[in-house]
Design a protein around this ligand. Structure first.
Ligand SMILES: *[C@@H]1O[C@H](CO)[C@@H](O)[C@H](O)[C@H]1NC(C)=O
Ligand SMILES: *[C@@H]1O[C@H](CO)[C@@H](O)[C@H](O)[C@H]1NC(C)=O
Ligand SMILES: *[C@@H]1O[C@H](CO)[C@@H](O)[C@H](O)[C@H]1NC(C)=O
Ligand SMILES: *[C@@H]1O[C@H](CO)[C@@H](O)[C@H](O)[C@H]1NC(C)=O
Ligand SMILES: *[C@@H]1O[C@H](CO)[C@@H](O)[C@H](O)[C@H]1NC(C)=O
Ligand SMILES: *[C@@H]1O[C@H](CO)[C@@H](O)[C@H](O)[C@H]1NC(C)=O
Ligand SMILES: *[C@@H]1O[C@H](CO)[C@@H](O)[C@H](O)[C@H]1NC(C)=O
Ligand SMILES: *[C@@H]1O[C@H](CO)[C@@H](O)[C@H](O)[C@H]1NC(C)=O
Length: 563
């Protein structure tokens, strides 16, 4: 009996493996070689992409101030969690002839299996931004790279690492928006460094990128300084490719009129690949007939010397209450997708390009990280350490007696206000908030400035309380703060607890701990500093995981059946 079951099981397993055979020849892993993106066979890869995220209402101006002062949506719909929509839209992606979508925000706790498989089967890669609206991305007005953001980013990575068509993740979109926000750059670079270390620890070949806002070439050269800064250093600290958001080519423009010529010459020697991570200028509101002639320019020399394709902005129409112009290539009528006038134009532009698949042999060295603390690009080359979840949790549970009440903890919009208030009082009491303050232009990072916004507030509340000799009225803040029961509230007790936490957790640059393990163990720092290998940015081909996963699945299926 066992034997006959065994035979049919093997037959079934064989049939299954034949059925699943196309999966084994899964979508190619794309890697970086010098200035190019390449397929495993060495052919150069170009991105024909489309931005794919439903538009959401723009924040009020007051909310904008809280989130960095830039008109942005406060909510999002996770487009990779809606299988029926993905199945509907993939047919359109095939029609348009694209091979990638860019998605700006997803919810890591939802299931993405069906959408990701639907897109993978259609040869569509995903470039995924790790940020979320509101407090879920690096705040350009008050930047940090902290435990809360890192945990959110890692949860998203963990949710998407199983998918073979995840091409890249982005650690930020237009975080640096003008000269005043260049001091956010060290936090963006630290985020890329830590995501790369985590991916390396998982043997993942997923690439790490950043999407920069365009800036007039004359804007103190910021565009180039930022791109160089994010590429500088070693393989460990450099992003894998740079994304450039540009709406400079409007109407039927030209290389000269759009400034593309300057872009091409500025970046001729840029050492890593670049893409246009958004294009598609709408010259005036209501215009619905973009000529998309930038596509031909982007897929031809001289642009192809540095750029490896473009993401057209965007599939979905503008939400009626969102600010700005409507970039949608489709509209919806009673649930049906209606292709707008410029859909066919973009389709024929994409179909008309035929760039050379010969990869460049050029392997420029990564630039050195020059000190940029002053002047037009005020970003230090000194990066903050890796946010250490275990260290901050230890401090939170043992060292801080006066803490924020749930009403404040759950209200990200007032955390900054309350922290500033506590820091003001602390200053009057002759102390300061330097321990929780991070300054990206001077490269000085307070030793607990990478703890979460709530933890930094708890530290400030507790420090003020102790600076006033444990006056109970100091732990109130209009009802936002409260004393912890059973805490040793003396300053000496806090110092001793903090020293114990510090001795258990070595702060530095290291591989972030797995987000599911990090908060439960006190020493889950994820091991020592990452091994440093100075390199000339040569091939970054990494082992593809897809084949292995499928093989494991087949083996497991076979085993199940045999048993
Ligand atoms: C996506 O699908 C849901 C139902 O699954 C639907 O309610 C929603 O309108 C769809 N969104 C878009 C933009 O098509
Ligand atoms: C993610 O989805 C869960 C389950 O629907 C929901 O509770 C949570 O609020 C969502 N998170 C975000 C950031 O949207
Ligand atoms: C944003 O705020 C929510 C609600 O308080 C919180 O659960 C979440 O951890 C915060 N995210 C970050 C990255 O700070
Ligand atoms: C960082 O330090 C510089 C120099 O002391 C100062 O001008 C700047 O305001 C500081 N930035 C922040 C965000 O504290
Ligand atoms: C908490 O702080 C906020 C912001 O300063 C304030 O508006 C509020 O009244 C305070 N108290 C409570 C109980 O929320
Ligand atoms: C609090 O901790 C300090 C330092 O260890 C100790 O001297 C003090 O006795 C403790 N106080 C209480 C009430 O346990
Ligand atoms: C942080 O550094 C200050 C000195 O700048 C020191 O007094 C304090 O104990 C340190 N805090 C922790 C938690 O290590
Ligand atoms: C760069 O790092 C990746 C891992 O992230 C590694 O596979 C690759 O070999 C490295 N490249 C060089 C030239 O060392």
């Amino acid at each position: 009996m066992a034997r006959s079951i065994g035979h049919s099981a093997i037959l079934i397993a064989l049939c299954l493996s034949l059925l699943l055979a196309p999966l084994v020849a899964a979508i190619d892993r794309i890697s970086v070689r010098g200035k190019n993106l390449v397929r495993p066979n060495g052919e150069r890869f170009y991105l024909k992409g489309l931005a794919y995220q439903e538009s959401a209402p723009t924040l009020s101006s007051e909310e904008n101030d809280q989130s960095g002062g830039f008109p942005e949506p406060g909510t999002f719909v996770d487009p990779l969690s809606l299988p029926a929509n993905c199945t509907r839209d993939v047919a359109n992606f095939r029609d348009l002839g694209i091979n990638a979508i860019r998605v700006y925000s997803v919810n890591s706790s939802l299931n993405h299996d069906e959408c990701m498989k639907t897109f993978s089967d259609a040869g569509v890669y995903v470039i995924l931004d790790l940020g979320l609206p509101l407090n879920g991305s690096i705040n350009r007005a008050s930047p940090t790279w902290d435990t809360a953001l890192q945990t959110e980013y890692l949860k998203t990575l963990d949710a998407f690492l199983p998918y073979d068509n995840l091409l890249a993740v982005s650690v930020g979109n237009e975080v640096i928006a003008n000269d005043a926000t260049t001091s956010a750059a060290p936090f963006v670079k630290a985020a890329a460094r830590d995501m790369k270390a985590y991916l390396r620890s998982k043997n993942s070949g997923v690439l790490v990128t950043y999407s920069g806002a365009d800036a007039p070439a004359g804007a103190n050269g910021r565009r180039k300084l930022l791109a160089d800064y994010l590429a500088c250093g070693t393989n460990e600290t450099s992003i894998d490719f740079y994304g450039h958001n540009s709406y400079a080519w409007c109407g039927d423009s030209s290389l000269a009129d759009s400034g593309y010529s300057t872009l091409a010459s500025d970046f001729a020697d840029y050492p890593i690949p670049m893409i246009f991570s958004e294009v598609g200028c709408v010259p005036s509101a209501g215009a619905d007939s973009r000529p998309w002639t930038e596509i031909n320019a982007i897929f031809s020399p001289p642009m192809t010397d540095s750029f490896s394709g473009a993401v057209a902005f965007q599939y979905f129409p503008k939400d009626p209450s969102a600010e700005g112009k409507d970039y949608g290539l489709v509209s919806f009528e009673g649930g049906d997708v209606v292709k707008r006038a410029d859909w066919a134009t973009l389709k024929s532009q994409f179909a008309g390009v035929n760039p050379s698949t010969a990869a460049s042999t050029s392997r420029p060295a990564l630039p050195a990280c020059n000190e940029q603390g002053t002047g037009a690009f005020a970003a230090s080359s000194q990066l903050p350490p890796t946010p250490d979840v275990a260290y901050c949790s230890c401090l939170e549970s043992t060292a801080w007696p006066c803490v924020a009440r749930p009403s404040a903890r759950d209200n990200p919009a007032i955390l900054g206000l309350l922290t500033n208030q506590a820091c003001g009082f602390l200053g009057q009491a002759g102390s300061s908030c330097s321990a929780i303050t991070a300054n990206g232009s001077t490269g000085t990072y307070g030793n607990i400035s990478f703890c979460s916004p709530v933890q930094r507030l708890d530290w400030a509340f507790s420090s003020y309380y102790q600076a006033t000799n444990n006056n109970a009225q100091s732990c109130d803040f209009s009802g936002n703060a409260t004393l912890k029961a059973n805490a040793n509230s003396s300053a000496a007790g806090s110092r001793q607890a903090a020293a114990a936490c510090a001795s258990q957790n070595a702060v530095g640059v290291k591989t972030p701990a797995d987000p599911d393990e990090a908060s439960s163990s006190s020493d889950g720092g994820g091991g020592g500093s990452s091994t440093s290998s100075q390199d000339g940015n040569g091939a970054t081909t990494l082992p593809a995981k897809a084949g292995g996963l499928v093989t494991t699945t087949l083996l497991a299926l076979g085993l199940l059946l045999v048993l």
